[in-house]
Design a protein around this ligand. Structure first.
Ligand code: ADP
Length: 226
């Protein structure tokens, strides 16, 4: 039987006079890979960031594993995000002064892991993501694809239950985009993680279990399959 792990219920979110989400609902099952697609500006990233507990909606509810995120204090939400969620954004957002391995180890150090153990785990995740060659490189010395694979290793190193990815291949050429996506999907499926992925790429959406289309801040009804 499927069980919902993360859910938005009738969520509204505005930026000034722009209504980014207009009563949007989406429930994602444990272990499911969901692609959120739709035109630019339709509210995909806003929905992802609300689900990930980064943005607070003005109305509606966000639920994670039976807990209402909206009721948590800022520090509890941050702690929950760090422990349970992995976030991958379009440009990796690595810390420029830290090496690849140090970037991957960072979430573990923030959770007070032993430095040596964190370093070992960081290297093993870089290896799984085929990015060991940039373990000692600074982000400025990496290609876009390498930086993105390091960002995915950093998102996965804590063993998150849900991975949120916003256009993770959007800034890459086709070949490195496919490599990054393949690495993300394989590692997520191996670890049984749930994935919520924003993309405008049809091939990326096709590799998901389900595609959810957002238009004008609302989920489009599922097509009728005859
Ligand atoms: P998408 O991911 O589908 O491209 P977004 O969720 O980024 O759409 O944006 C939805 C709408 O909200 C757009 O009109 C966008 O300009 C606006 N928006 C998103 N984030 C902000 C922000 N931080 N400040 C102001 N407007 C924003």
């Amino acid at each position: 039987m499927s069980s919902v792990v993360v859910e938005a219920r009738a969520v509204r979110k505005a930026f000034g006079r722009t209504e980014a989400l207009r009563g949007t609902s989406l429930a994602v099952d444990e272990g499911e890979v969901v692609a959120i697609t739709g035109p630019s500006g339709s509210g995909k990233s806003t929905l992802l960031l609300c689900l990930a507990g980064v943005l607070r909606p003005e109305a509606g509810e966000i639920w994670y594993a039976g807990r209402k995120l909206d009721d948590l204090s800022e520090s509890d939400r941050t702690r929950l995000r760090r422990r349970e969620f992995g976030l991958v954004l379009q440009f990796g957002q690595l810390v420029p002064e830290l090496s690849g391995a140090q970037n991957v180890a960072l979430p573990l150090l923030l959770e007070k892991h032993d430095r040596g153990a964190a370093n070992t785990l960081a290297h093993s995740w870089l290896e799984r993501l085929d990015a060991l060659e940039v373990a000692d490189a600074l982000p400025g010395e990496m290609s876009g694809g390498e930086a993105q694979r390091v960002a995915i290793a950093r998102a996965l190193v804590t063993g998150p239950r849900v991975i949120f990815a916003d256009e993770p291949t959007g800034a890459l050429d086709t070949v490195s985009g496919e490599r990054v996506l393949g690495a993300l999907m394989t590692t997520a499926r191996e670890s049984g993680a749930t994935v919520v992925l924003v993309t405008h790429d049809n091939r990326v959406a096709a590799s998901a279990d389900r595609e959810v289309v957002i238009r004008d801040g609302a989920v489009c009804p599922a097509p009728v399959i005859r």
